[in-house]
Ligand binder design. Structure first.
Ligand code: SAH
Ligand code: SF4
Ligand code: F3S
Length: 435
């Protein structure tokens, strides 16, 4: 029998990659094979992101491209599904703007997709039925060394600029045993590293044994008992949920990697207040001090928004000073983008040219910090978990404990191995090594 082909494209964050893997699981089980070419596909899934205007608009231009492919094929031969956060936020609008879309499924209801396709009747599914989703998914490793595991979803923080509380719904944590079972499945398939995911992963509070609520520190310790699991990471964390018990685990648990992505968004208290971030710059720095007291080599990463409404030159200078002081090993920065339905939506009063200038100044400072950080490892020995082949013959790519990409040439297959290597060179974004 001829197999159907599924093509999936993920936009946005790691949680979407996790969801895309789960969607593929559902269809691989139903006699579909994966294709990397949308022109070959019978089912095209765009798993979308709504975080900034550019990300959302990209979806509509991609729908246009798929539409062209659809025009040369019969209606049942190719179907188009819009999944993810744009589906949740703009389901009805998609229907109006893009009639070629066959189904729309939000991030908490994509488990219904095979059923929807079979019945061929319901266009939209956008309920927030969070736990139900996880009960109806399959958990097959995506074939790599490192696997994402969503342990917490949604957000109750309501930062003024952010769509996530509306696209992913209220905060929700999965039970401990469900997560452990999922990880055990991946480990049997050769996985060595788990990356816990959540929009607010450190707000995790899942049910443990006897219904007792457990925090992320507990979950990390519990999962680290699984022998073949070598490394644990988690992202993304919010400063106000960075508890002392979680900070301590960075010292006491040697499977937990010394890397933390902890977005602050701005180095100005005035802006943080307007953003409804619920913490100050001083509070953030205190957390950094505590983390460095417990684990002096911890590598810190963050997110920044520049050009937030009413951000003055002085506010931006405060962000630059803050970055200069704290020192990040990597960080992501974005120009403020007005998002529908968010409290900050009404205002966008920093001119684009000014936003661009601020972004460029901040990014060159961050790039410099990253370069200096990477340079500091030259001639040092590092423990690397190798994940995949590189572009060249005999080239392998792995990750350091601090999450840097490391390239090496080797005659022997290194995939899935943890090796100590010498760093010989560094670029802005990666390290090169030799045995
Ligand atoms: N949960 C995480 C971040 C989720 S979104 C947290 O609490 O920090 C990822 C990043 O996108 C954010 O950290 C922020 O820097 C950026 N972002 C979110 N909304 C944005 C907007 N409206 N404009 C520009 N950047 C935005
Ligand atoms: Fe968005 Fe703020 Fe929630 Fe992060 S904490 S997901 S930035 S609302
Ligand atoms: Fe984008 Fe949704 Fe993730 S808006 S960043 S895909 S949670």
């Amino acid at each position: 029998m001829k197999k159907n082909k599924i093509y999936i494209k993920s936009y946005g964050c790691q949680m979407n990659i996790y969801d895309s893997n789960r969607i593929l699981d559902l269809f691989k089980n139903k006699d579909y094979v994966i294709t990397k070419n949308p022109e070959d596909a019978n089912l095209v899934v765009l798993n979308t992101c709504h975080i900034r205007e550019k990300a959302a608009e990209k979806v509509y231009s991609d729908i246009g491209r798929i539409n062209k492919i659809k025009q040369n094929r019969s209606q049942d031969d190719i179907q188009l599904v819009i999944a993810g956060c744009v589906a949740q936020a703009e389901g009805q609008e998609i229907k109006k703007r893009a009639p070629s879309v066959d189904y729309v499924v939000g991030p908490q209801s994509y488990h219904k997709l095979p059923e929807m396709l079979k019945k061929n009747d319901s266009f939209i599914s956008d309920e927030f039925t969070q736990n139900e989703k996880f009960k109806n998914l399959l958990y097959n490793s995506s074939g790599g060394v490192s696997e994402f595991v969503s342990i917490q979803e949604g957000c109750d923080k309501f930062c003024s600029f952010c769509v996530v509380p509306y696209t992913r719904g209220p905060e929700f944590s999965r039970p401990v045993n469900e997560i452990v079972n999922e990880i055990e499945k991946y480990l049997k398939q050769g996985v060595k590293e788990i990356i816990f995911l959540g929009q607010n992963v450190n707000a995790y509070h899942g049910d443990g044994e006897n219904g007792k609520s457990r925090d992320l520190a507990y979950l990390i310790n519990k999962v680290s008992e699984l022998e073949s699991l070598k490394r644990i990471r988690y992202m993304t964390s919010h400063p106000i949920d960075m508890t002392n018990s979680l900070i301590k685990v960075h010292k006491t648990n040697n499977k937990l990697m010394p890397f933390l992505h902890l977005p602050i968004q701005s180095g100005s208290n005035k802006v943080l207040k307007k953003m409804n971030r619920k913490h100050t710059v001083e509070f953030y720095k205190k957390i950094v001090d505590k983390l460095r007291d417990e684990r002096s080599d911890i590598a810190l990463s963050s997110d920044f928004i520049v050009g937030y409404p009413d951000e003055s030159d002085k506010d931006f200078e405060d962000t630059m000073k803050f970055v200069d002081e704290v020192k990040f090993v990597i960080a992501y920065s974005f120009m403020y983008s007005q998002r529908p339905g968010t409290p900050a939506q009404k205002k966008d009063n920093i001119p684009l040219a000014e936003k661009k200038a601020r972004l460029s100044a901040l990014q060159s400072l961050l790039k410099n910090q990253q370069k200096n950080y990477n340079n500091s490892f030259i001639e040092k020995n590092m423990e690397i978990l190798f994940e995949k082949k590189g572009r060249y013959k005999n080239q392998y790519i792995g990750r350091s404990i601090y999450n840097q990409s490391v390239f090496i040439n080797s005659e022997k297959n290194l995939i899935n191995k943890v090796e100590n290597v010498n760093i010989v060179r560094s670029t802005n974004f990666a390290l090169e090594s030799m045995f």
